[in-house]
Design a protein around this ligand. Structure first.
Ligand code: AMP
Ligand code: ZN
Length: 472
């Protein structure tokens, strides 16, 4: 499989260190609020990557942290702790907030068919581990104490800015607009490993450490949680593109300084979901969540489908119109698949199966090209293969795509049958007339027809998935 590696800035053959096994790490959510659908784009694409690696026969162990302490509003070392902000907003304790939004995150994941990673570690459960690694970094001369905090000394590295060719001055935290310089830092790019109470007097979560009572920086959390669970060598590390700097850059700095060798071979970054007004964020604009999609009548899996229609390395613009287009395409796909669930019988046509299967794996082998993988799915539906072959392929592809295609196709087939058998022809005819009236925006007539349908004992409802007719 060819994958783009942010570290080498090119597509490379993905070769795990140990044949047949993959160690995979994902930056988890900061649980101070609901995940927005932008965050979830990253998790959907990472889920596809994990599932595809498994699909090709690799044994994947995937680890994710839950950031419940240490992530400041700036992503660097300034601003409030996001968790404290969340707790204040809701008049709850940090741990209450963390539990609530961790559960909410995994609820969203379940609705989007995102598999839970094999190991999930809340940062607050690993404090001893952070202290151990920070102590070692001090011992090795890569970290220093200043003003009560422990900092990583980036001047000790041969190369700090590993992901990009930007000018150092543009990226250094100390000179970014609106961020004041921390006088304790020896170099502008240095970052905090451990904060003491000298930084935030109201920090609710704090622990004893050799350097005073305090709490860990966000970056050290991921390095430690990964190394502890996946060992000294990591195959692949994932996250949204905003994590590349400073977060992942700092993870590499710490981990490699601690280990004394290269740590992670492949870096997989998902580009952002944007709105028309720019990057989606929790602090500005409409806060788009899975629950909001559901409230508006969208099936969360339609959002997953919408994400798959674009390549993970292109930023994606979210508009309701774009989502509606995805609904239409998804419904068509399910409608085409529905009859297959009734017809499937007979032997699988091996030649057609292999040809169509190859279309799918070729797409994903090419830097996880999910939109071409969806085209491969349409190719199956359009092909001359028999229903058994088509159904078998859809089932296989869906192990990676996670769209519940077979279940939805079966439900669709059942509902078509119900409609055909149970609902009187007169009602179906009125429903057709109503559909035409709505299309012409003749809502008065549409209402009249709905009343006529009701008088015959049926209720008609428009959903995003189409028209539903039920007995009253
Ligand atoms: P956070 O909860 O802020 O730590 O972010 C969780 C994940 O979502 C990280 O991998 C981020 O890089 C990613 N992320 C943040 N904003 C977006 C966005 N607009 N589109 C896609 N991914 C995002
Ligand atoms: Zn991380």
């Amino acid at each position: 499989m060819q994958l783009y590696n942010s570290l080498s800035h090119k597509k490379e053959e993905f070769i795990p260190r140990e044949p047949g096994k993959v160690s995979m790490y994902t930056c988890g959510p900061t649980v101070y609020h609901y995940a927005h659908i932008g965050n979830l784009r990253s998790y959907i694409m990472e889920d596809i990557l994990e599932k595809y690696l498994r699909f090709t026969g690799l044994d994947v162990k995937r680890v994710m942290n839950i950031t419940d302490v240490g992530h400041l509003t700036s992503d660097g070392d300034t601003g409030d702790d996001k968790m404290l902000k969340g707790a204040k907003r809701e008049h709850k304790t940090v741990m209450e907030i963390a539990k609530f939004y961790t559960d909410a995150f995994f609820d969203d994941c379940r609705k989007l068919n995102i598999k839970r990673p094999d190991v999930v570690v809340p940062a607050t459960t690993y404090i001893d581990e952070f202290i151990r690694v920070i102590s070692s970094l001090i011992e090795k001369g890569f970290a220093y104490e200043a003003g009560g905090n422990i900092y990583f000394d980036t001047s000790k590295l041969d190369k700090y800015y590993v992901f990009n060719d930007f000018k150092e001055e543009d990226l250094a935290v100390g000179v970014r607009e609106g961020v004041e310089e921390d006088a304790n830092k020896r170099n502008k790019a240095d970052f905090v490993l451990w904060f003491t109470k000298s930084k935030f007097d109201d920090q609710e979560l704090k622990w004893e450490s050799p350097w005073g009572v305090g709490y860990p920086g966000w970056h050290i959390e991921c390095s430690c949680i990964s190394m502890k669970n996946l060992g000294d060598y990591l195959d692949i590390h994932c996250g949204g593109i905003d994590n590349a700097f400073p977060h992942h850059t700092n993870e590499i700095a710490q981990s490699e300084a601690y280990l004394g060798h290269k740590w992670c071979n492949y870096w997989f970054h998902v580009l952002h979901l944007n709105t028309n007004s720019g990057k989606m964020s929790k602090s500005k604009g409409e806060f788009l969540t899975v629950s909001l999609l559901e409230e508006k009548g969208y099936d969360p899996l339609v959002y997953r489908f919408f994400c798959l229609l674009s390549h993970y390395r292109k930023s994606l613009v979210f508009t309701w119109e774009n989502l509606d287009n995805a609904v239409t395409a998804f419904n068509k796909l399910i409608e085409k698949a529905a009859p297959l669930t009734k017809e499937a019988a007979g032997d699988i046509d091996k030649e057609e199966y292999d040809r169509l299967y190859k279309g799918f794996t070729d797409a994903l082998d090419n830097d996880l090209n999910t939109s071409l993988a969806i085209t491969a799915l349409y190719d199956v539906l359009k092909s001359k293969a028999n229903a058994s072959t088509k159904l078998a392929l859809l089932g296989e592809f869906d192990k990676v795509l996670g769209l519940d295609i077979i279940r939805k196709a079966e439900e669709k087939a059942a509902s078509v049958q119900d409609t055909a058998s149970d609902i009187p022809a007169e009602v179906l005819e009125l429903a057709e007339q109503r559909k035409a009236a709505r299309k012409e925006k003749n809502f008065a007539l549409a209402d009249e027809l709905r009343d006529k349908i009701a008088a015959l004992g049926y209720e008609i409802k428009e959903t995003r998935q189409g028209t539903e007719i039920n007995k009253l």
